[in-house]
Design a protein around this ligand. Structure first.
Ligand code: GTP
Ligand code: NAG
Ligand code: NAG
Ligand code: MG
Length: 337
């Protein structure tokens, strides 16, 4: 009798303990994800201006347009621009000029003057902004507004810079492209072709992304350091588990969106660090926006801005945080952040 009662008591205690433990775990899990979650800061007022060189060679500053207002649907800032190219740049004076040269040749040929380049200088310390404006005037001899420089007062990370740039384009399509010129710019034609098939005549949201998946067994990848490749495979595995399974190369710095895709994705993008590509693709998948992966040509360029140890740890952490934050509804895909 006494023994039985004792056993029952122990049972109740154990269940209570288990319930408390589970609740405690959920609460602390939520708290950890909440504390590690991220929202991009609002732009400072001066970051809503761009600089460009006018026909007389002097610097002018103007307000940036807003992708959610202008454009084809409610024409105000459109100016007939077909393609806007956003180049996130951090300390890029050594690498950006050949990338720009490559891009400008292709743009002039394919769409005469109906393009713009937006350099988002992410708080560079080496005068990237001034360097690019000087190139635009002296080397490329561009017209006013064709090359725009937006200077972020404080470094935000590649994701933050790309988000800021794409939210302020005039074009029908917006491409973001790395400043190192690792991809061949003319491949943009294949991305545009692909997005046109997806968007149909009404211009439904659509995304076309460059892919290097066909290159894993070629020199470009094999010749990279062992540790870099090891980290790359580790990241692929993690993306597979916590991120995205239907896309082979999520990280390529060459992605094209039509205006409606930009409006449906970028206001909701939380991540400003290196892993932002995965959140972009997760948002597209959640919103049933079609994504096509287009094989592009790509070569390794020296002078990477990535700090292998620190940045891989942050990417892994951010990846888990993104997935958990959507599950726990700390991140929402229908509320601008
Ligand atoms: N906005 C911003 N852009 C950055 C930052 N660090 C690098 N970038 C830009 O991100 C792009 C890619 O940087 P890279 O240093 O070429 O990266 P990588 O190591 O070659 O990476 P993969 O090309 O993916 O192999 C370049 O356009 C850089 O200028 C940063 O802190 N903020
Ligand atoms: C752009 O326009 C949208 C819609 O009108 C608005 O919600 C958003 O705050 C604007 N962004 C900026 C930077 O003005
Ligand atoms: C950018 O340049 C500044 C000044 O030269 C330097 O202190 C900083 O470490 C550089 N950052 C990167 C990521 O190269
Ligand atoms: Mg690169």
């Amino acid at each position: 009798m006494i023994f039985n009662g004792f056993k029952q008591l122990q049972n109740v205690d154990f269940k209570e303990f288990l319930a408390t433990a589970v609740i405690g775990l959920i609460v602390s899990g939520y708290l950890i994800v909440y504390l590690l979650s991220h929202a991009p800061r609002l732009p400072f007022d001066e970051e809503l201006e761009y600089q460009t060189i006018n026909g007389k060679g002097s610097l002018v500053k103007k307000r940036l347009p807003n992708v959610s207002r202008g454009g084809k649907d409610n024409n105000d800032h459109d100016d007939g621009i077909i393609l806007s190219v956003v180049v996130p740049s951090y300390n890029e004076t050594k690498r950006i000029s050949s990338m720009l040269a490559d891009a400008i040749v292709v743009l002039q040929k394919e769409m005469t003057h109906k393009w713009e380049i937006i350099i988002v200088d992410d708080g560079s310390k080496d005068g990237t902004s001034e360097y690019c404006l000087n190139l635009a005037e002296k080397v490329f001899q561009l017209q006013e507004g064709q090359l725009r420089v937006v200077k972020l007062s404080k470094n935000r990370g590649k994701g933050g810079a790309v988000r800021h740039g794409l939210l302020h384009i005039r074009g029908k399509y917006g491409l973001f492209a790395d400043a190192d010129g690792a991809s061949r710019f003319s491949d943009v034609n294949r991305l545009i072709g692909s997005i046109k098939r997806l968007e149909g005549p009404q211009g439904k949201p659509a995304v076309a992304i460059g892919s290097r998946a066909h290159m894993v067994n070629t020199d470009a990848v094999v010749k990279r350091s062992f540790i870099r490749n090891l980290l790359m495979y580790g990241l692929h595995a993690l993306v597979f588990v916590f991120g995205i399974r239907s896309i082979k190369d999520t990280q390529c710095g060459f992605k094209l969106f039509n205006r409606n895709a930009i409006r449906s994705i970028f206001p909701y993008l939380h991540t400003e660090g290196w892993i932002f590509d995965v959140e972009i693709l997760m948002l597209a998948l959640r919103k049933n926006i079609p994504i096509s992966e287009v094989a592009i040509s790509w070569h390794e360029v020296d002078g990477s801005k990535m700090d292998l140890a620190r940045d891989s740890i942050n990417m892994a952490k951010d990846l888990v945080v993104i997935r958990m934050a959507y599950i726990l509804r700390i991140y929402k895909d229908n509320k601008e952040c």
